[in-house]
Design a protein around this ligand. Structure first.
Ligand code: AMP
Ligand code: GLY
Length: 425
């Protein structure tokens, strides 16, 4: 089979690595990909939002299956374009990707179908939102309705912050039209867990749990980032939590989408908060998590291409997912200054060490080749994701931090406390 992967980050590198393990696959392309991904895939310079070009490429190369990694093309309707051309593609159509693309949609869906989530109101007019927060109990959480690179969520402890936030989102349009509508939500406390799942429209199969670390600094300080590291499984995702979610959240979401005439095929990523009153949905994503994928896929035993195909064909009920009885930790190596301002273009050394030992992976998030076509250069805020497995979380964390030292580049920055939460479990 020939497989095309759309995207260019650490997540797509992990997907490409996993697809490359499949006995069914003999050629992988990635659009646009990155330097690291080129170990497994031929990278083609087509942007993830160039739907017609992507579909034309898939036709020309007789691609058997295209896997969309990123949210923007899914929300923009890339799957619909591929299907119109008769191409096989893994991911939700536009009318289902709205589960991630509009927070107001997902909140209304949860309310309508009784899926546990924080209480909320939706506003399309800044004056109404301002009047609402005047009377609301603090903290409140403001969320831009549309996609905002994971940055459109503001937690406001005081009325002044809430007012400033509304202005930023709705009047100054910091995230463009994503802020035309906002959701104002009750603030919840508890542990966060990410749960990824495969969905074929009717059946849902849960992968293992993971936890992300979104803030830039140790101790969850500093700005929100795309994710500074992950571990899997989460020791806080107990059997009790799992059965609650199975009863009230997972299948309920898939059934709700089907009932709305928005059959969901692809990945649903459940961002959960384990509150004192039970698990609640923080958010849905319509794609693999980044960097959750970098700890989940190295633990997955299945041939991922078989699972993708079962989803596309609507026969996921025939598939059981299997995961190793181990743990994985991913530490993101970033460029100092991320997520605000950082320099790029520095040579990276030490990457060869990963091929020498089992259970160690380096997934490239932002790298490119130097002119010699051999030397890797830093090319983004998040540069690499170093993943290691181990028999348990402590061992995996030790291994990941050991491997993080194998790599050097100028301005290398990482959090030192990825997985520290497991000490409290
Ligand atoms: P989201 O993009 O909706 O997952 O929000 C990003 C982050 O903001 C989450 O991972 C949480 O840490 C935080 N967050 C979102 N909604 C809430 C809420 N209702 N209460 C507390 N924290 C929240
Ligand atoms: N790691 C969070 C996300 O992928 O949205």
């Amino acid at each position: 089979m020939k497989v095309l992967i759309v995207g260019s980050g650490g997540r797509e590198h992990a997907i490409a690595w996993k697809v490359a393990q499949s006995t069914k696959v003999d050629k992988i392309y990635c659009a646009p990909g990155n330097a690291g991904i080129s170990e497994y895939a031929e990278c083609v310079p087509i942007g993830a939002m160039e739907f017609e070009k992507l579909a034309a490429f898939a036709k020309e190369k007789e691609i058997d299956l295209t896997v969309i990694g990123m949210d923007d093309p899914l929300v923009g309707g890339v799957v619909d374009v591929f299907e119109r051309e008769g191409l096989r593609v893994f991911g939700p159509r536009k009318n289902a990707a709205i589960l991630e693309g509009s927070k107001a949609f997902s909140k209304d869906l949860m309310k309508k179908y009784g899926i546990p989530t924080a209480a909320y109101e939706t506003f399309s007019c800044a004056e109404d939102a301002l009047a609402y927060v005047e009377k609301a109990e603090m903290p409140v959480v403001l969320k831009a309705d549309g996609l905002a690179l994971g940055k459109g969520v503001l937690i406001c402890n005081h009325l002044d912050e809430a007012k400033a936030g509304i202005k930023e989102l709705m009047q100054d349009k910091k995230f463009g039209s994503a802020g035309d509508r906002i959701v104002i939500e009750e603030f919840m406390t508890g542990r966060e867990v990410s749960v990824l799942s495969f969905v074929d429209g009717k059946t849902i199969r849960i992968m293992t749990s993971a936890q992300d670390h979104k803030r830039a600094g140790d101790g969850d300080t500093g700005l929100n980032t795309g994710g500074m590291g992950t571990f899997s499984p989460s020791p806080f995702y107990t059997e009790e939590v799992d059965s609650f979610c199975k009863e009230y959240i997972y299948q309920a979401t898939v059934d709700a989408m089907a009932a709305e005439g928005r059959e969901f095929k692809g990945i649903i990523f459940f961002g959960l908060m384990l509150t004192k009153k039970g698990p609640k949905v923080l958010e849905y994503n319509a794609r693999f998590g980044d960097p959750e994928t970098q700890v989940v896929l190295p633990r997955m035993k299945n041939d991922i291409v078989e699972v993708f195909e079962a989803c596309v064909d609507g026969r996921l009920d025939e598939v059981e997912l299997e995961f190793e009885d181990n743990a994985a930790v991913c530490v993101v190596l970033a460029s100092a200054g991320y997520p605000v301002e950082y320099k790029k273009g520095y040579p990276i050394s030490g990457l060869d060490a990963f091929a020498k030992e089992d259970g160690y992976f380096v997934f490239h998030a932002g790298t490119k080749f130097a002119e010699d076509e051999k030397t890797f250069l830093t090319n983004g805020g998040r540069v690499l994701g170093v993943t290691a497995t181990g028999e348990d979380l402590k061992k995996a964390r030790e291994n990941a931090y050991r491997a993080a030292e194998w790599v050097s580049f100028e301005n290398k920055y990482m959090r030192r406390d990825i997985g520290k939460a497991i000490d409290e479990a």
